[in-house]
Design a binder for this molecule. Structure first.
Ligand code: NAD
Length: 344
């Protein structure tokens, strides 16, 4: 299907091709929806193979931001910017400045921020040319730890709700939880789970992070490609997307999948396959909305205490999604999509 047909089919409002020869910037800004408010969604820096791959990624991510914001009942829509390039390239400063000029022309229809590959310093360069940017140096979001911590907190609350539903357990003490990825979110999640008494199983590409997790959380380390076989009650993907696929689904030992990674299912049809395997799947954009809730709260000038209680509401949303999926006997992702669409 052509890019244009995809834009039409998925109801996009705008796709902006940003080309600045002077800085050699090639970027795309996808605005999926501003129906509920200005489109929020960070800026990704990635060495895409070509422009089509970059545009498609921007579109996919922007659409899921619309659903994420709507499911979290935020007065914002969904958008995303992607820049084709490499982390650490000295020319990036000029490129982010140029991106700032493109964003400014959108007059606030799209707000950018940090995402994979970008930092608060990159956002400082964007901010030289537009006010429509968050996560700059000195802001709460700019520390990275705050949004990641709120994302982890939302996942933690979601895990509690899921455990209560499937395992009938009000406490996570002694529950085996496999965490894939010990980055900003995965590490913060391990801290919450460890304090709650969970038995952690961990994996990461970094051997030193694994060693640290063994020391700090008494975690059991497993090799990167063995985490799918790990005997556990809950699997928390906090690294990459697409990890539930033909090669992994039959290996899963868990009863629940609840983690922060975006687009965990390689294809939407895996949601039904998980249901048939009797595995409860927490739809990713519902359970990982803590970061965007924190960004929205910062834009609205709310304090950190209030933000935490807003993130906690992810638990109630998940309960509604699970109840609806049970009532209609369908995959949780379909119930989540309807929940979000009703609020758009
Ligand atoms: P991060 O880059 O800080 O951490 C990712 C970690 O995953 C790294 O430690 C990396 O070594 C590890 N990893 C990569 N491939 C792996 C593999 N095959 N097996 C095991 N570990 C692997 O990223 P993050 O900010 O912690 O985000 C984690 C996930 O959550 C991403 O999918 C991200 O899109 C999603 N997410 C993050 C936020 C946020 O606030 N940071 C919000 C919503 C969603």
């Amino acid at each position: 299907m052509s890019l244009w047909m995809e834009l039409e089919r998925d109801g996009f409002e705008q796709l902006v091709w940003c080309r600045d020869r002077e800085s050699d910037l090639t970027a795309f800004i996808a605005i999926h929806s501003t129906k509920c408010g200005p489109a929020l969604g960070g800026c990704r820096l990635w060495p895409y193979a070509n422009e089509e791959a970059a545009a498609q990624d921007a579109m996919r991510l922007a659409r899921s931001m619309t659903y994420k914001a709507a499911a979290a009942e935020l007065p914002y829509g969904g958008g995303k910017a992607v820049v084709i390039g490499q982390v650490g390239d000295a020319a990036n400063a000029k490129r982010f400045e140029a991106l700032g000029r493109f964003i400014d022309r959108l007059n606030g229809a799209y707000w950018t921020g940090v995402d994979v590959g970008t930092t608060a310093t990159d956002m400082d360069f964007v901010a030289l040319h537009t006010p429509f940017v968050t996560d700059t140096t000195g802001s709460l979001g700019g520390t990275g730890d705050w949004t990641a911590d709120m994302t982890a907190y939302g996942v933690y609350v979601g895990i509690q709700v899921s455990a209560r539903r499937v395992l009938g357990s009000r406490s996570l003490a002694g529950i085996a939880i496999a965490v894939q990825g010990l980055g900003k979110v995965g590490w913060a999640l391990c801290r919450y789970l460890y304090r709650a008494g969970a038995q952690l199983i961990v994996t990461d590409l970094s051997a030193s992070l694994m060693e640290q997790a063994v020391r700090e959380f008494k975690a059991l380390p497993v090799a990167v490609d063995r985490v799918y076989d790990a005997p556990c009650q809950i699997f928390a993907p906090c690294a990459l997307g697409g990890i539930i696929n033909e090669g992994t689904i039959d290996r899963l030992q868990c009863r629940i999948i609840a983690g922060s990674a975006n687009n965990q299912l390689r294809d939407p049809s895996f949601a039904l396959a998980l249901k048939q395997q009797n595995i409860l799947y927490a739809p990713d954009y519902v359970i990982n909305a803590g970061g965007v809730i924190a960004t929205a709260a910062e834009l609205d000038g709310e304090g950190t205490f209030r933000t935490r209680s807003r993130v906690k509401r992810i638990g109630r949303t998940l309960e509604s999604v699970y109840a609806e999926a049970e009532r209609t006997n369908e995959a949780t992702t379909l119930a989540a999509d309807r929940f979000a669409e009703l609020r758009m």
